[in-house]
Design a protein around this ligand. Structure first.
Ligand SMILES: [Zn+2]
Length: 320
């Protein structure tokens, strides 16, 4: 098992980190086994994180494996075809696409990092902006190319778009898989043009109702979900970059896991779990477990340092 210890918060760069809980997986995860894995919370921003965490090599091996897009079993031992499952997010992605289209600057690239099969970008058909799907998994990248999208096989950390070149940066369920999401965002937000948009989805709230009720059995706790920023921590990270939140979603309906029937069944399961806290089994999908955020860059991205128009005035000695 390869795990690396981080002394600082991988969301805000501060800390200290305090132990919260440890969890184990029902099945082995590639390269890291079943656990137990430790979750720590940042005392500064409240973000939970797996620590020690899988390093870059383990994460990349997992995500580039074409078998990741082959049919497998979900936490409830039901067979899932990831290619079909991706399509079932259509309702959720349509909401994001409509919000993006309404605010998108006319010029600049739309960059989807961890684009999967390219579903999100395909919903932005008709916008004048060029679109690039960044997807290192060859099976998913082939699907995106079949949709007619331009595809790059680079990893997030390898991207170097020009300063201010992006109309939008999309990270659908990909930011929390990065080893250092803080460092990535610190660079990536410079790539946004003034008025540029950033969409971050699939960020798991460690203080959601399901997470509180189920604790270590919460279905979304996984070593490859490396960071769990609550909404306050997301705002805190984006605000200093001049990024203003324009929409927040808590996707449930419109996802593969969200229907009225499933909500009824999940509510019954949560009630049973509250009455019998030691009962076995993972948490059900439940509203509020994940959130998505759309933010707009409201500050100028160019330097505000100008030549002094009247240097003699500014250098006048202070009279005493
Ligand atoms: Zn923090």
């Amino acid at each position: 098992m390869v795990l690396e210890l981080s002394p600082i918060c991988r969301w805000c760069g501060l800390g200290p980190l305090e132990p919260r809980l440890s969890f184990s997986l029902p099945d082995e995860a590639p390269g890291v086994g079943r656990g137990p894995f430790e979750l720590q919370a940042c005392a500064e921003c409240g973000t939970w994180q797996v620590n020690p965490h899988p390093g870059l090599a383990v994460i990349r091996r997992f995500f580039e494996d074409p078998r990741r897009w082959a049919p497998a079993l979900d936490p409830n031992s039901r067979p899932v075809d990831p290619l079909r499952r991706a399509e079932e997010r259509l309702g959720e992605y349509r909401r994001y696409a409509a919000a993006l289209k309404a605010q998108l600057p006319e010029r600049g690239l739309i960059l989807d990092v961890g684009a999967g099969t390219g579903l999100m970008l395909s919903l932005l058909d008709g916008v004048p902006n060029p679109r690039l799907a960044v997807e290192p998994n060859p099976a998913a990248a082939a699907e995106a190319a079949r949709r007619g999208l331009q595809v790059s096989g680079q990893w997030a950390e390898e991207l170097r778009p020009p300063f201010g070149a992006l109309a939008a940066l999309i990270m659908n369920q990909s930011l929390d898989h990065l080893v250092r999401p803080d460092l990535f965002l610190g660079r990536a937000l410079h790539w946004l043009a003034p008025g540029g948009l950033v969409l971050l989805s699939g960020l798991i709230n460690p203080r959601s109702l399901a997470a509180r009720v189920y604790g270590p059995s919460h279905r979304l706790f996984h070593p490859f979900h490396q960071v769990y920023p609550p909404p306050t921590a997301v705002r805190r990270l984006l605000a200093p970059w001049g990024l203003e939140l324009t929409a927040v979603w808590k996707p449930y309906f419109g996802t593969p896991y969200g229907s009225w029937r499933q909500l009824l069944s999940a509510s019954a399961a949560m009630t049973v779990r509250l009455l019998r806290p030691g009962a076995a089994g993972p948490s059900p999908a439940f509203p509020g477990s994940c959130a998505a955020y759309l933010a707009r860059k409201t500050l100028l991205t160019r330097s505000l340092t100008f030549p002094d128009p009247n240097p003699t005035c500014s250098r006048r000695p202070v009279e005493t």
